[in-house]
Design a protein around this ligand. Structure first.
Ligand code: G6P
Length: 466
């Protein structure tokens, strides 16, 4: 098998099965981000095909070699649903749900990370660059460095990195930090995440850190420098603009509003159904506004898209029950024959429909309790080519660092959230335009291609200096 000079390692492959048993590109942001990078090189992508016990030979897709990693049903349970999504995910999102520390989950996480590292080591040509993605694979950088010291290794962390007071709960905190420090560059969404990581390294190992550099002593007495820095991820803004310009999508936006009975304001929430997203807080604030009589169902409808996610993890099962109970109660209390309070959709939609929804929404509600970045906020802004609409944005989402012209909220403060929703619903057009133009400038100037370019430039510079 020929080897690649650029290898991406991610939990998931960049493709999904289509209806005819073939493959199609998955809609995710990472896939779009790396498309131009993969095009110019002989690239490979190591990842899980998304189904238990599926063993596939490597295959070529759109000029990239895809290298599937097999996970058994037990691996899926212990590595993916268990350690990744019931230990690390809640711990790194500030323990919004209680993390569970189970030793069998950890053992499988180590084994599966080793499997990914082996696949990447076999795929990479001498001196190649390998870019490891996200919290499911935190041990891969070090494992790879041990197997292949010739490689240049980057790691990007898509979710928050917590303060040491929380991170230190992790029984395997030392191994995880060592794993990450195997990279030449460790990238984070926010400056605060990079700071939390550097502090964890200082507290755990007493290594010296200087600005964005971490000095890692080597066995031979030398020091290896690891760059730990924020590289906020973004979206392919141009593709959203192109969709928003399409007459059929604009017509669909009008149709959506009509289907809702043309309320004066359409409010919108779009999330994976996840407890980090603050969906319950949003529903509570909106329900209280109806109860207080500050809004009526003719004034405002909330459209909540909650796409199915991690449906076998207990915390997600419980959350779904709570949300669906609240939606049904609110609608039962306030719906009329012609208008609904909350239009709830537990479904995933294609990008065309999402852009129509963004164009139909006067107010976009992003109320995350903790979020690495939140790309929905950026998608909404990019889609508003008419400079209308108001983004209500949680200060606990990474996007808040960049999107200063949004209406900022603390989702835990329900009264504050209610006031912010009212302010957004009543905001004069001129102020909407001022804010939206500033938001759009930021999103359009810093798209996902800049993100991958900045990271990969930093990675090649980091290794040049040594
Ligand atoms: C977050 C993570 C990604 C993950 C995605 C969807 O955005 O940062 O790594 O792929 O959620 O979750 P899933 O568990 O379905 O891959």
């Amino acid at each position: 098998m020929s080897q690649a000079s650029f290898v991406v390692v991610a939990n998931r492959l960049p493709v999904d099965r289509d209806d005819n048993g073939g493959w199609r590109r998955s809609p995710g942001g990472l896939v779009t981000a790396l498309e131009p990078v993969m095009k110019g090189v002989d690239g490979a992508w190591v990842g899980w095909p998304g189904k238990a016990d599926l063993t596939l030979e490597p295959f070529d897709f759109d000029g990239t070699r895809l290298i599937p990693v097999t996970l058994s049903a037990d691996d899926v349970q212990n590595y993916y649903e268990g350690f990744s999504n019931d230990t690390i995910w809640p711990l790194y999102h500030d323990v919004i749900a209680a993390p569970r520390y189970r030793r069998v989950w950890w053992d499988t996480y180590v084994e599966v990370n080793e499997r990914f590292a082996d696949a990447a080591a076999a795929a990479a040509s001498p001196g190649a660059t390998v870019w490891v993605q996200d919290y499911q694979l935190q041990l891969v950088p070090r494992m790879l460095r041990e197997k292949r010291p010739d490689l240049t290794i980057g790691y990007f962390h898509h979710i928050p990195f917590p303060a040491y007071g929380l991170f230190s709960q992790l029984p395997w905190r030392k191994q995880v930090l060592e794993g990450l420090l195997g990279a030449d560059v460790v990238g984070f969404q926010r400056v605060a995440d990079a700071g939390n990581f550097a502090r964890a390294v200082r507290r755990q190992f007493h290594y010296t850190t200087k600005s964005t550099g971490i000095h890692v002593p080597q066995e031979d007495g030398s020091v290896r420098n690891v760059l730990s820095k924020a590289f906020p991820i973004s979206i392919d803004a141009q593709s959203y603009i192109e969709l928003a310009q399409r007459p059929d999508i604009q017509a669909r936006a009008r149709e959506i509003r009509e289907g809702l009975g043309n309320p004066r304001a359409v409010l919108l929430g779009v999330d994976r159904l996840d407890y980090t997203k603050g969906i319950r807080h949003r529903l509570k604030a909106f329900g209280e506004l109806l109860e207080d009589g500050r809004l009526g169902v003719e004034d405002a409808t909330l459209v909540q898209v909650a796409s199915p996610s991690r449906e076998r993890v207990e915390a997600y099962v419980q959350l779904r029950d709570e949300i669906e109970l609240t939606v049904a109660r609110t609608n039962g209390d306030f719906d009329t024959m012609s208008h609904t309070a909350i239009r709830y959709l537990h479904q995933a939609f294609p990008r065309e429909e999402m852009v129509a929804l963004y164009l139909a929404a006067d107010v976009m509600l992003v109320t995350a309790l903790r979020d690495g970045m939140n790309l929905v906020a950026k998608e909404y802004v990019a889609s508003r080519i008419d400079n209308k609409g108001v983004l209500v944005l949680s200060e606990f989402a990474g996007a808040a660092d960049e999107l200063g012209s949004a209406v900022r909220i603390n989702p835990h403060d329900i009264d504050g959230l209610k006031d912010a929703i009212m302010r957004a619903v009543e905001m004069p057009r001129a102020e909407q335009g001022r804010r939206m133009r500033a938001l759009r400038r930021r999103v359009l100037d810093h798209d996902v291609r800049d993100w991958s370019r900045l990271f990969l430039d930093a990675l090649s510079n980091a290794t040049k200096k040594v």
